[in-house]
Ligand binder design. Structure first.
Ligand code: GLN
Length: 237
């Protein structure tokens, strides 16, 4: 168990799922908590190990098709994540990790592979690979500025009635239907790499607010803002 008052971050399967710098999501969350005086304890859970139930924020990244299938099989047998989410934990799932959270996703030959069923989504293979910068307008109720990131995936994702779109795409593919990512309760899924939380510190703060409460002291975001401005200027129509 983490010590009292520490924010517990759980990074699921870094040995299988961590492409395009997704581990940066862990670093950004840790840093933004610590700069607010919140102590942090992070656990890296390899795919051979059980997912702990005591975490506050769970992160899972993207990956190639085969590690994604392996990751889904292992996570399906492990009750830790579901128990944590039932207890009120938050989660950010990226790309392969996002698809795994649904009922089904496309394997390396396009074959349907069962997901863990935490999000009401289903994914399959699209017509071609979606590669490049992504810009999307975040759902207004979330109060998070325009999303910027990088995507590289074959999958397209259908959102069921149990989730809401995280954003509407301006540039890029996202889910493949004009929306990008989704959320339900405190679980966010997205195709954004970059890493997502370095490009979108507002998303990191949303996860933190869900756990530590609404009053998060402001912090200096100069470097994040420079990165965002540069990336948004490069792709905005
Ligand atoms: N293998 C999945 C796809 O191609 C996820 C890719 C990724 O995580 N970058 O859709």
């Amino acid at each position: 168990m983490p010590s009292d008052n520490a924010l517990s971050i759980v990074w699921i399967y870094p040995d299988l799922l961590s492409t395009y710098g997704d581990q940066g999501n862990v670093l950004v969350l840790e840093e933004r908590a610590r700069r607010r005086g919140i102590p942090v304890q992070t656990v890296h859970v390899r795919s051979s190990d059980p997912v702990p139930e005591y975490g506050h924020i769970y992160l899972i990244g993207g990956g190639e098709d085969r590690p994604q299938i392996l990751g889904a099989q292992r996570l399906k047998r492990d009750p830790g994540l579901r128990r944590a989410l039932d207890r009120g934990a938050a989660m950010l799932a990226v790309c392969a990790g996002y698809q795994i959270m649904g009922s089904v996703f496309g394997g390396e030959e396009g074959q349907p592979v069962e997901g863990v069923g935490i999000l009401d989504i289903s994914s399959g293979r699209g017509q071609g690979r979606a590669v490049g910068e992504l810009v999307a307008e975040t759902a207004p109720e979330l109060g998070v500025p325009t999303l910027t990131g990088f995507e590289n995936h074959m999958g397209v994702t259908h959102l069921g009635p149990g989730v809401r779109p995280l954003s509407r795409t301006v540039v890029g593919t996202g889910n493949g239907d004009g929306t990008e990512g989704c959320y339900a309760g405190k679980v966010i899924g997205t195709y954004l790499h970059g890493p997502a939380l370095a490009r979108n510190p507002g998303l990191a703060d949303l996860l933190l607010r869900w756990i530590v409460g609404p009053e998060l002291p402001p912090i200096d975001d100069t470097w994040h803002e420079r990165l965002r401005a540069e990336r948004l200027a490069a792709v905005r129509p």
